[in-house]
Design a protein around this ligand. Sequence first.
Ligand code: G3P
Ligand code: CA
Length: 301
Amino acid sequence: MAGKRPLVIAHRGASAYLPEHTLAGKAMAHAMGADFLEQDVVATRDGALIVFHDLHLDDLTDVALRFPGRARADGRHYCIDFDLAEVRQLALTERRRTGGDQPRYPGRFPASAGRFTIPTLEEEIRFIQGLNRSTGRCAGIYPEIKAPAWHHEHGIDLAALMLGVLGGHGYSAAGDAAIVQCFDGAELRRVRNDLGCGLRLVQLLEGGLPTTPELEAIGCYAEGIGPSLRQTVGTGLVAAAHRASLQVHPYTLRLDALPEGCPGFAELMDALCRGDAVDGLFTDFPDRVVQYLNQHFAGLS
Ligand code: G3P
Ligand code: CA
């Protein structure tokens, strides 16, 4: 294939094979050759930053058993209602379907196996930097500011805290191996313009297709967009984003949950990598994407 090889972004780690956002899953993704390892970041009550996707702990941990009586009126246990010392006591497992015990992805790692805990952002960065050092291969980090408005409502400036941790570990400039992502456009603009972040920024998108003026507006504060696969394939979005000088990193390629109507993994990869090709790709299966790229981009980097 002509063109530049897309970046492989391990979505929550090698999450097809080990529970999401575990250090074990990040080590596996690193060994599989992912270029970037993703961190979803939320805060605890005492302002610690943890690597965890959901605002509530129910679908991935034993919080209801370990902390009875701590749910809100909706029956959920929220990260922001627990101190880090409490979060550290939780056992992290494979994701379950909301409100039940059934696994979200039945063929994945069994909930009864392994012993995993929730890492802090700082622990995870130190872990990845350790792997970079011991292997000599530099994988980047790709943290997402999760639900910034929710955190502001609870008195926590998640973005500012995150940038503090990143800066303290050597990530502050555009050339550093870190990309910051967020769905909230106003917050990402604030990250660039008010918080003075020099890192590469990616505006996550969902829903309808952005217009050209909207893409150009994103280009004033971000280096790229992160659309859903549905927004990306066969829509012309990649070409439109490139015209606005934006990189495109779609989410999320899962072999066990391909988009509706998609004939198969290879066909999807072909659609993403031919012609107006994406610049990166979030995937739960970094090994399979690396394998595809090795076959189709031999000799290119
Ligand atoms: O951040 C890219 C992708 O992960 C966005 O969706 O819900 O998995 O964070 P989500
Ligand atoms: Ca994410």
